[in-house]
Design a protein around this ligand. Structure first.
Ligand SMILES: NC(=O)c1ccc[n+]([C@@H]2O[C@H](COP(=O)([O-])OP(=O)(O)OC[C@H]3O[C@@H](n4cnc5c(N)ncnc54)[C@H](OP(=O)(O)O)[C@@H]3O)[C@@H](O)[C@H]2O)c1
Length: 258
């Protein structure tokens, strides 16, 4: 799909914009081959990137159309994308519904997360229809411009992972807030509590980029000290099933459709 035109409906939003910028910065696409649409007409892209207000015009001029609007905005979208390849980033909108609404029969559902902003998203994607091998490679390389990516074996993986990797910074943010609030409740000055909790989540997260989490836990448990007592308390309260139930609740929303 080299030198094909990519149109992003909603390309000025959180996800669409970050992806578009990464594709341009990586030289994956040239400005003249990138089209963006939105309703407001506001764009800060370089002049070579065309901003359109007419979504059908974007579709007609594009080889591949990315849907980067919210599910409720999709319900009002009226486009005919028959014969086009469509990549949807929307959570909770099944490929069959996209096909029925747009006429497209080659649909990729992909689920990046907010870390596209720092190009560290993990993006699972699934293809419905007959995408050639070279086109699959193109999709993979596209999402590698904003982090890492994998083709997954079925569409349900996308719905499950929407509630897991798709949540991006949500779980770490929740952990950081809980650590901060509990430290403050235990008498630690708020500014210190915030910096300490950030160190745990951000510093610890960066270490895990290079270390295996199981080995990390086993090594720390082996000290049989302070960290071991805290981890054991979490294990006794079945932290894994708390996490499992949380992801399941999100996945049910994605599977039910939005
Ligand atoms: N953000 C995340 O962390 C995340 C993670 C995984 C998946 N997703 C999925 O990604 C999609 C986009 O999310 P987002 O966070 O990027 O949303 P967002 O920041 O609200 O962006 C939506 C964009 O769509 C534009 N838009 C809305 N209706 C439009 C229409 N009819 N025609 C053309 N453009 C239109 C909006 O611009 P105007 O107002 O100017 O029209 C805006 O730029 C969602 O479906 C979401 O489920 C998001």
């Amino acid at each position: 799909m080299e030198n094909r035109t990519l149109g992003i409906i909603g390309g000025t939003g959180w996800l669409g914009r970050a992806i578009a910028e990464a594709l341009l910065d990586n030289g994956f696409i040239k400005p003249g081959h990138l089209l963006i649409s939105n309703r407001s007409g506001i764009s800060t892209f370089e002049p070579g990137v065309k901003l359109l207000s007419d979504n059908q015009q974007l579709v007609d001029l594009s080889d591949i159309v990315v849907l980067s609007i919210r599910p409720e905005q999709f319900r009002k979208l009226q486009i005919n994308a028959r014969g086009k390849r469509v990549i949807s980033l929307m959570a909770g909108v099944p490929a069959a519904a996209i096909s029925a609404a747009t006429g497209a029969d080659e649909i990729v559902r992909a689920m990046p997360n907010a870390a596209v902003e720092i190009r560290q998203s993990y993006t699972p994607w699934y293809c419905v229809g007959n995408l050639f091998e070279r086109d699959r490679n193109w999709v993979q390389r596209l999402f590698e411009c904003v982090g890492s990516a994998d083709e997954v074996p079925d569409e349900d993986c996308i719905d499950y992972l929407s509630a897991m990797s798709g949540t991006g910074p949500a779980f770490p943010a929740m952990l950081q807030m809980a650590l901060t609030n509990q430290a403050v409740a235990a008498g630690i000055p708020p500014a210190i509590a915030q910096r300490a909790a950030q160190g745990v989540v951000v510093g610890g997260g960066q270490m895990l980029a290079r270390r295996d989490p199981r080995q990390m836990i086993e090594s720390l448990m082996a000290y049989r000290g302070v960290t071991a007592a805290a981890l054991q308390s979490m294990a006794d309260q079945d932290i894994e099933s708390i996490v499992g139930r949380a992801v399941k609740a999100g996945a049910e929303v994605a599977r039910r459709g939005m």
